[in-house]
Design a protein around this ligand. Sequence first.
Ligand SMILES: Cc1cc2nc3c(=O)[nH]c(=O)nc-3n(C[C@H](O)[C@H](O)[C@H](O)COP(=O)(O)OP(=O)(O)OC[C@H]3O[C@@H](n4cnc5c(N)ncnc54)[C@H](O)[C@@H]3O)c2cc1C
Length: 426
Amino acid sequence: MSIQESTSGPTTAAQAADAEWDVAVVGGSLAGCAVAIHFSTMGHRVAVLERKTTGDDHYKQLCTHFVQPHTVALLGPLGLAHLREPGNSVATKAVFVTPGGAVDTPGPDYDPAQPGSTALNLERRVLDPAIRESARRHGATFLDGVGVEAVRQEADGWVLDVTGEGGPRQLRARLVVAADGRRSTLAGLLDNPAESRPNERVALFGYFTGIEAPALNRSIFVMNDRDLACSYPLVDGRTELVLFADKARVADWRGADGRMQEFLKYFDGIAEAPSVANAVPEGPLLGYSDYPSLLRRPVAGAVPFVGDAALSVDAMSGVGCGFALLSADLLARAFRGRELTGEGVREGLDDYRKRFESTILPHAEGICGDSLVEKDEATRKRMFDTICGNPELSQKYLALTGRMVMPAEFQRAFMRGLMARGAARK
Ligand SMILES: Cc1cc2nc3c(=O)[nH]c(=O)nc-3n(C[C@H](O)[C@H](O)[C@H](O)COP(=O)(O)OP(=O)(O)OC[C@H]3O[C@@H](n4cnc5c(N)ncnc54)[C@H](O)[C@@H]3O)c2cc1C
């Protein structure tokens, strides 16, 4: 008997863990909840297994929550259209200050032909509880504090060994989805090792009051030497400042107070960043000192991997939340109209793999390249001179960073821009 059919009172983790499910989603963050919403909408009985005890206001703190414009259209089908409202997030567009000048296109939209094509500064304290609530509203059963320790494939599906409230138990499902983040337990269990690419920058970030938002609430990204200094206007007049810095830069920034002083001094020294003269920190700086990009196969052992479990790249690119929702969307498209039987699952997985490899994977190479600090400065300057001097190319560059176009499309436009520049010089 499934838990929904049970008449014996409220669902407990122990009851649900004994049940049989169509889909067991391992990991209850962005990717996992998005998968749960899509598969529940298709009429499947879905359990989300989340190792942490999340509670109503739990959220991921280690995230700078810049939601790229390609992602914004994915919110509606997840029942999250209200997160675009001004009380929940700030609609924004990136300005890049580069060695060749500013990439700053006119108007509020990434693409003038698509009104409303903005990014969102959508804090995880808002997004995470909202997506969990939506998963429940769509009929998924959320099993909090239940971690998956082992999985075993049988003729008609999977058996999962879980721990949590009530001790170790087993759960059965026809499809298992790995949405368990960059340190994926399922990747370890299913022999899906990560290809690791170096990231030569640290990240430091904090929340502040007393910083004036730029015109049109733009988010400003300043390429300063080998670093990227970012400012994001947030709701209630707050601002998030983020620094992705060459590791050597911050080596002597010691102690919480000393680090905050150096951090603000750093932003104070950047003319193009909003003034931090009156900035008041809301709390200590957060961040990481080492965060290599990790790439895995999107399907392993007949299990699809979504979100960070499949691809967790340098946070400087600001793509992880978007790719978590996008990979869930691709998985749902691959399984729409298919039975969760042997053949249906096989075809769905193959379809998902192809969609992932053609839609998400092509972005990884450029992002991993940008994680390296040493670059040929003359070539870099030439590239940005070309981009900044050409309005069409500026817009394409912005669209690439917002993942609205594929890297190959930008490359073609860039080559056209280079040739036009060469011809104009003759
Ligand atoms: C400093 C920093 C800044 C970032 N900034 C941005 C940004 O500006 N924009 C952006 O788009 N992205 C950003 N990201 C990336 C973004 O946070 C992630 O890509 C995103 O959270 C991935 O979501 P996910 O659901 O795939 O994985 P996660 O959020 O990692 O969730 C995985 C879940 O699985 C659970 N889990 C793990 N193992 C098990 C198990 N065995 N059983 C059950 N549950 C399990 C975990 O508890 C967790 O809740 C940033 C990341 C960092 C570190």
